[in-house]
Design a binder for this molecule. Structure first.
Ligand SMILES: C=C(O[C@H]1C=CC=C(C(=O)O)[C@@H]1O)C(=O)O
Length: 413
């Protein structure tokens, strides 16, 4: 349902004794999923769909969500994060994107967290359709899909990085994040949950998500809000994993001591802290970033956290944070202008916020990285980008995009 008239929802969460695998429960062709370390949420069906676009898409979503929540009757004795009324969301990176931003309230949500399990059923006043069945569905046929260069070949991407470096040296911008894309096609009727299982098993410490055709495994928490506490994990600065234990340790050491990567990282931390401070004046974070190990690469990482001193919801905070310097650059406006000039494609929801929000406004939102968008006709577009600073080397940045494509390329292949 996409009209603007406020829906009256009736929501009931009950605790259940067990829930094994959650991915088989969601829809094979339009799965709704949010998962990390084996726990999370799946949605079945669509009770309400709200669409947004333009420069105020996140603020509009925050306002629409407040209205929907105010009109809902919620029975929720479980009171864990992710229980009661919840919407899954995915937002376009750019204010001028042709891709819609969405909040989707499923008809049924199943969740597991800290050894507890629940089912939430959501009905819309006047909607007499029976609720979808709540049982695992067998996986569809296996498939292997190759993803090939999309709007630019690797040489053109390297040339863009070279141009970006010149602009940085000239002083137009301090850092810019440039991305490229890969494309492929998913045959009709393919079971997308196969890719999600691969991502969730291969990258258990990342957020594996699927919202309205946007799928991926992101290591970066844009913002989490729980019990009036805000948290974020800022990533920027990347090194490939070593082939053996010694070279891997060396890779981690060279990342944490790299001036180029630390510069790139500092921009990203500053942008997050500046956006969150008005809502959380007593934020804390470590002075030096740590090396976060993923199966395909190392990242420089900083965890930021603090108590919220206002009534900001997680949707208000994604509006305040997006786009961070980890996905746009710094200063933001100059970086966005350079992205518009150099990237020959619409990023869609790549590098935008993806996650969920509940009735209290709490939620978990990642930056949509290591992802692909699957269109309703099966076209797949995968994205990966890199932070460019004055010391960047175009060839190394191209190699970095290849490492960042790995989760998605391997999950489809
Ligand atoms: C823009 C991406 O990664 C960002 C997050 C972590 C490390 C990054 C980097 O080292 O460039 C990027 O800022 C991407 O994966 O497409």
């Amino acid at each position: 349902m996409t009209d603007t008239e406020t829906r009256v929802l009736s929501v009931e969460t009950i605790e259940i004794s067990d829930l094994k695998q959650i991915i088989p429960l969601t829809d094979p062709e339009r799965p709704l999923l949010w998962m990390r370390k084996g726990q999370g949420l799946v949605g079945i069906g669509e009770a309400v769909r709200l669409e947004f676009e333009g420069p105020t898409r996140m603020q509009d979503a925050a306002a629409a969500w407040r209205e929907l929540v105010d009109a809902a009757t919620v029975t929720n004795p479980v009171e864990l994060p992710g229980t009661g009324l919840v919407a899954f969301g995915a937002f376009a990176f750019s204010a001028s994107s042709a891709e819609k931003s969405v909040l989707i309230v499923p008809r049924i949500i199943l969740g597991k967290r800290d050894g507890r399990f629940w089912v939430t059923k959501i009905t819309v006043a006047g909607d007499d359709r029976p609720l979808p069945r709540l049982e695992p569905r067998a996986f569809g046929d296996e498939y292997r899909i190759s993803l090939l260069p999309g709007d630019e070949d690797p040489g053109a991407f390297r040339a863009d990085v070279e141009t970006a470096i010149q602009r940085i040296v000239r002083g137009d911008v301090g850092k810019v994040v440039l991305a490229r894309n890969l494309v492929g096609h998913l045959p009709e009727g393919s079971d997308i949950r196969r890719v999600l299982v691969d991502l969730a098993m291969g990258y258990p410490d990342c957020w594996t998500y699927s919202v309205d055709g946007l799928i991926g495994s992101s290591p970066e928490t844009l913002v989490g809000v729980s019990n009036r506490t805000v948290s974020a994990r800022v990533l920027a600065g990347t090194m490939s994993r070593g082939r053996d234990a010694d070279s891997d340790a060396e890779a981690a050491t060279s990342l944490v001591t790299s001036v180029k990567d630390n510069d790139e990282h500092a921009f990203a931390v500053q942008s997050v802290v500046a956006a969150l401070r008005p809502h959380s004046p007593h934020l804390t974070w470590s002075e030096l970033p740590f090396a976060l190990k993923l199966p395909n690469l190392w990242h420089l990482a900083t965890d930021v956290a603090g108590p919220l001193t206002d009534r900001a919801t997680s949707l208000d905070l994604i509006a305040a944070l997006h786009p961070t310097a980890a996905v746009a650059g710094f200063p933001t406006d100059a970086a966005l202008a350079l992205i518009d000039e150099l990237e020959p494609f619409d990023r869609g929801r790549y590098a935008g916020p993806v996650g969920w929000v509940d009735a209290a406004g709490d939620g978990e939102w990642a930056i949509a990285l290591r992802c692909a968008q699957i269109s309703p006709t099966g076209d797949i577009t995968a994205y990966a980008g890199c932070g460019i600073v004055a010391e960047s080397d175009p060839m190394k940045e191209l190699t970095e995009t290849k490492m960042k494509f790995r989760p998605i390329v391997e999950a489809f292949g």
